[in-house]
Ligand binder design. Structure first.
Ligand code: PRP
Ligand code: URA
Length: 209
């Protein structure tokens, strides 16, 4: 069964409070998405295996540890997922990046795929699918279906805010995919928006409304 991690770190909770505020403007919103993502990525990568390495310091030889040959790929769901990308690449600069373009049909709330470009060697990589909002879960489920066609080593999902409906749908559709989010909200409204949520993540990141 999928592991669901909901961050309770005070720094994340504080930043999330400002992020949700309707008065927070685009510039600050974008910066906060990056900061929260970085803190969340710290948790989502906690189980990366290490291997020993000897390093000669100016004084002696130190027994150190480095990440053991793991190759990562981040796959943002367009558009809002790209708002999380710079932050994860800051932490894992050697990672490769795939893109999946999906939008929710406003009438049916069903995701419509319009783009998919993944790293050629994705089957050798641990994949993190990233998107700030897990609402009905439809977009994340479809994106992960697509990634699974290429047989990556593992897949994790990282988001900022989830609805209970999204967590349930994603963990039922993909029980092998662990979910990392910074908040679990109350419910979805009739338009599929997370309540209380933060509104439309893409519009707030890119200033399109
Ligand atoms: C938002 C969000 C997710 C999706 C979540 O994207 O970034 O991708 O909705 O909803 P779901 O869990 O019900 O599928 P949106 O469709 O608004 O597209 P955008 O990122 O291009 O604005
Ligand atoms: N997508 C968003 O951007 N916000 C929501 O609340 C739900 C889906």
């Amino acid at each position: 069964m999928a592991k669901v991690f909901i961050a309770d770190h005070p720094l994340i909770q504080h930043k999330l409070s400002i992020l949700r505020d309707e008065r927070t403007g685009t510039k600050e919103f974008r910066a906060l998405i990056g900061e929260i993502t970085m803190l969340l990525c710290y948790e989502a990568t906690r189980d990366l295996p290490l291997e020993p390495k000897k390093v000669k310091t100016p004084v002696d030889v130190a027994d150190t540890k480095v990440i053991s040959g793991k190759k990562l790929a981040f796959v943002p769901i367009l558009r809002a997922g790209t708002g999380m990308l710079d932050a994860v690449l800051e932490l894992v600069p050697s990672a490769k990046v795939g893109h999946i373009g999906l939008y929710r049909d406003p009438e049916t709330l069903k995701p419509v795929t319009y783009y998919c470009k993944l790293p050629a060697d994705i089957s050798e990589r641990e994949v993190f699918v990233i998107d700030p909002m897990l609402a009905t879960g439809g977009s994340a489920i479809d994106a992960i279906d697509k990634v699974k066609e290429f047989n990556p080593k593992s897949i994790k999902f990282m988001g900022i805010i989830a609805a209970p409906e999204g967590i349930k749908a994603l963990s039922e559709a993909h029980p092998d995919v662990d979910i990392f989010v910074s908040a679990l909200d109350d419910h979805l409204n009739d338009h599929g928006y997370i309540v209380p949520g933060l509104g439309d993540a893409g519009d707030r990141i890119f200033g399109t409304k």
